[in-house]
Write a protein that binds this ligand. Structure first.
Ligand code: MRU
Length: 341
């Protein structure tokens, strides 16, 4: 198989949850230790850990911490779920482990096992998604990606970046352009770090350079992740995704989203129902604490946007690639997943 990355976004060490502190990358590689639900909530909210599947994995262990306090368990689970609103994996993971806690009468070993399973399944699904998704990448392709969807954003390997890595290890001779992804710079700080570590030929670009590259025929396809996919195929992902999809549609460039089943919200009819997190204005007005705008300037800082399903060429999942009409292919996937469960 392809090489395993030599770092981990999250993992348990004894009774502590160890996170690679993504706020410090790429300049420092330091761990952030969680010993309580409150620590886990803080780590998600402040983006010590981020990326939809990674948040789900971390929240799963958060429920294990919560299960130590039977009296306040429900309240602590709800508190965890409120850390960030857009990525559905958070609520999905909390609910899945919460059910095990209740059904096992707070058997802590069972609860911990349920969290471990979420992590193990995520890695296995990402590997599978990588193989399925790499089929849309022809040898010699140049790929554009946005935000960070690699091992840092998941429990291991990655979604969209996992597909890209798979194609690279299949010797497809690919080249990657990574959007820097303002304002939090997940592309510059995290995707570039992962691309360099894996030695994947690549360049970092300012977000606004993508349109020119696409117009000039320099991009064969765009692959990025998802934080929540509605039942009609609308995709909420990092701010800037929607704009990229419009440009791709205009110039006829394939546009793929890669995400596991846990990112699909079957109860959400369309993108207008997806809650979009708005983060602090200082993320726009400041970089590393240094003002890049007048102190009294206001800012609008939505963390995600919604891409309409009509702009999406395909949604890569561990069950195969979903295509239009998405309401039909997603309903069929729901059925298939239910049969497997
Ligand atoms: O705000 P972030 O960094 O948590 O946003 C992450 C993204 O938007 C990713 O593209 C998405 O979670 C998919 S990660 C595999």
């Amino acid at each position: 198989m392809f090489p395993q990355e030599d770092f981990k976004a999250l993992g348990m060490r004894g009774d502590e949850l160890v996170l690679l502190d993504q706020r410090l990358l790429p300049s420092r590689e330091e761990n952030f230790i969680c010993k309580s639900v409150e620590d886990v909530f803080y780590a998600i909210k402040e983006m010590v850990v981020r990326g939809a599947p990674a948040i789900g994995g971390v929240a799963a262990y958060g429920v294990w911490f919560a299960a130590h306090d039977r009296k306040n368990f429900e309240q602590k689970c709800d508190y965890l779920k409120s850390a960030r609103p857009t990525a559905v994996n958070l609520a999905w993971a909390v609910d899945r482990v919460r059910t095990v806690a209740l059904q096992s009468d707070f058997d802590l070993d069972e609860v911990r096992k349920a969290a471990d399973t979420i992590v193990a399944e995520d890695i296995a699904m990402n590997r599978k998604m990588g193989l399925i998704g790499s089929e849309v990448i022809r040898p010699g392709a140049t790929i554009l990606t946005h935000c960070n969807t690699g091992a840092l954003a998941t429990c291991g390997w990655g979604t969209a970046l996992g597909v890209i890595k798979t194609a690279f290890y299949q010797n497809k001779n690919i080249f990657v352009y990574a959007d820097e992804t303002r304002p939090r710079l997940q592309g510059a700080r995290l995707t570039a770090w992962e691309l360099r570590r894996a030695n994947i030929p690549s360049k970092l670009i300012p977000d606004s350079a993508a349109a020119t590259l696409i117009r000039d025929g320099k991009i064969d396809l765009v692959i990025l992740g998802a934080d929540r996919i509605a039942a009609n195929g609308d995709v909420a992902n990092k701010l800037g995704t929607f704009a990229l999809s419009v440009i791709c549609k205009h110039y006829g460039v394939p546009f793929y989203s890669a995400a596991p089943l846990s990112t699909i919200d079957f109860d959400c009819p369309d993108g207008s129902h997806i809650p979009i997190e708005e983060r602090d204005k200082s993320e726009v007005t400041h970089i590393e604490g240094i003002a890049v705008a007048p102190e009294d300037m206001d800012a609008y800082n939505p963390s995600f946007d919604v891409t309409p399903h009509g702009n999406i060429t395909g949604i890569i999942t561990e069950y195969g690639i979903l295509r239009e009409p998405y309401d039909v292919s997603i309903a069929a996937l729901k059925e298939k997943a239910a049969q497997k469960a």
